[in-house]
Design a protein around this ligand. Structure first.
Ligand code: CA
Length: 228
């Protein structure tokens, strides 16, 4: 893949003013930009262009953004393309669903262009990061391979579920995971434990992390994230 192609972004947006702002700013940053104005066009363009990243508005004519996301993820070639949802305020439920069907991140309208560009960059960078085995914040060390958490010299004793929740979040700092995703990753999809149970585990984790508790951020109406 050429370096030009590696900066291809597909912007899916039906509001002309917003589309124009996005296209203008992304191009100025050196991205090569393609556009789609409805959900069906989005899928067709994505399959044609195999972009490096998709900015996907959720409220779209013909086919909504959530359905677009779901369908893109069923295509082998597009399974791993980062998708950032662009949502209106009050669409938290859609955000949760979007993350669960495979979107990577979201930005809420009205957004600041600078913030959006930073997200685009961050998502592309994270995709290149690969798996890390160790996360450090000052004295806090999360050893993902050794399944161990320490603050300075003292070991933080976590239950297996707590560790898996922390690991899932810490692996991707700044990314929101929904309760459903945490349940899948930390407890297992067949568990009878409900999503609200995640809140209990996160509460316990925070207590054990003491001064580092604030690294586990609540994203209201959506889920949790490990502070970037
Ligand atoms: Ca729209």
């Amino acid at each position: 893949m050429s370096s030009a192609a590696s900066r291809d972004v597909l912007v899916v947006e039906d509001e002309p003013d917003i589309l124009e702002v996005l296209v203008y700013n992304l191009r100025r940053e050196g991205y090569s930009v393609r556009t789609a104005r409805d959900g069906e066009q989005a899928i067709a363009r994505a399959l044609e262009e195999l972009p490096r990243l998709i900015l996907l508005d959720l409220m779209l004519p013909r086919l909504g953004g959530l359905e677009v996301c779901r369908r893109l993820r069923t295509r082998e070639a597009l399974r791993d393309v980062p998708i950032i949802m662009v949502t209106a305020k009050g669409q938290e439920e859609d955000v949760v669903q979007g993350l669960e069907v495979g979107a990577d991140d979201y930005v809420t309208k009205p957004f600041r262009v600078r913030e959006l560009l930073a997200r685009v960059k961050a998502v592309l960078r994270r995709r290149g990061d690969g798996e890390r085995s160790r996360i450090e914040r000052d004295e806090l060390v999360i050893d993902l391979e050794g399944h161990e958490v320490r603050v300075g010299r003292s070991r933080v004793h976590l239950t297996a579920t707590e560790f898996r929740i922390l690991a899932a979040l810490a692996r991707r700092p700044g990314w929101v995971l929904t309760r459903g995703q945490l349940l899948d990753r930390a407890v297992g999809p067949t568990s009878e434990v409900g999503e609200r149970n995640i809140d209990v585990h996160v509460g316990a984790l925070r207590k054990k992390l003491g001064p580092y508790r604030e690294l586990l951020e609540t994203v209201r109406g959506v889920g949790y994230r490990f502070r970037a």
